[in-house]
Design a protein around this ligand. Structure first.
Ligand SMILES: [Zn+2]
Length: 89
């Protein structure tokens, strides 16, 4: 109880790390960028990338979001099934 600051964790923290609040705000944007191109996402939001490396809970949320983005949504029709089968022939 004499050590309120975890200096070891502090020293391991990337100085670019934006913290949980900002990472959460940008997480959906970052995940969409990452799905399109991980390099682009990291270069655009290096602070979020740094935070996700450092923060387990946020990186778990990010992975969940990324999985959702990668899946075809329920509103996306599987192509040919929506075509009319008879077109007047
Ligand atoms: Zn976090």
């Amino acid at each position: 109880m004499s050590d309120p600051i975890d200096f070891d964790a502090f020293l391991r923290t990337d100085p670019r790390d934006v913290g949980c609040g900002e990472a959460m705000e940008l997480l959906h944007v970052y995940a969409e960028l990452h799905a399109a191109g991980p390099e682009a996402a990291r270069s655009r939001y290096p602070g979020v990338a740094a935070h996700l490396r450092a923060c387990g809970p946020c990186s778990t949320d990010f992975e969940g979001l990324l999985a959702l983005i990668s899946l075809p949504g329920p509103g996306v029709p599987p192509g040919d099934l929506t075509r009319p089968s008879a077109e007047g022939d």
